[in-house]
Design a protein around this ligand. Structure first.
Ligand code: 3PG
Length: 204
């Protein structure tokens, strides 16, 4: 199993995916991996999400994790589906214990100094900064990074093709996450997704 650092440094961008139609899952994964983005976060926000993880992890080169994991039951369901890593928008004590027990690489969400300290208490040092833009953007992240020197961040929420490079220029940023590569509700278009993935993969 890869550790969380291996996952966060495999590519500069982690596509955050909301998969509504299971049939779209494999083509989306193939397009993203083909474009140079192997790490994929499938959010548990749709009924198709767990089956999408099962299907997408068969795509050669894909490292498929579960996102929007809110509690131990969802974490266990993601683990059973074969998720390679777990992402949460926040952190609860129950989820921290379940994540440690699972042994899976885990990226909990934080937006404030106290939340970073709470994650640190549980032993986590790789954190999703979420929602990145709404929580103060780059100045807020730089402020947290200055205090918590050992922490590394994956900012997500409001990151786009236009501003991803600015975030990636911060030394404490391992990678960024975002939904701009495969926007929800837009019909699948392989060429567009491959082109976006290529541009994202070249960011660092
Ligand atoms: C997430 O789950 O990380 C966010 O919904 C992604 O945020 P974005 O849609 O602003 O990229």
């Amino acid at each position: 199993m890869r550790d969380i650092d291996a996952i966060l440094t495999a590519a500069p961008v982690i596509p955050v995916l909301v998969i509504e139609r299971l049939e779209a899952a494999v083509p989306i994964a193939e397009a993203l991996v083909g474009g140079g983005l192997p790490v994929l976060e499938v959010t548990l926000r749709t009924p198709a999400a767990l089956d999408a993880i099962r299907a997408m992890k068969q795509v050669r080169g894909a490292i498929v994790g579960a996102g929007t994991v809110l509690d131990p039951d969802q974490l266990n369901a993601a683990r059973e589906a074969g998720a390679a890593f777990i992402v949460s928008p926040g952190l609860t004590d129950r989820l921290a214990v379940a994540a440690i027990d699972s042994g899976l690489p885990f990226l909990p969400g934080v937006a404030t100094a106290s939340e970073v300290m709470r994650a640190r208490d549980h032993g986590f040092s790789r954190l999703k900064f979420f929602p990145a833009t709404a929580s103060g953007g780059l100045p807020a992240l730089r402020g947290l990074a200055a205090i918590f020197g050992e922490m590394r961040f994956c900012p997500t929420g409001g990151i786009s093709a236009d501003n991803a490079a600015e975030w990636l220029a911060v030394p404490a940023v391992s990678c960024v996450g975002g939904s701009w590569l495969v926007p929800q509700g837009v019909p699948f278009d392989r060429a567009t997704i491959v082109a976006r993935a290529r541009a994202a993969a070249a960011l660092r």
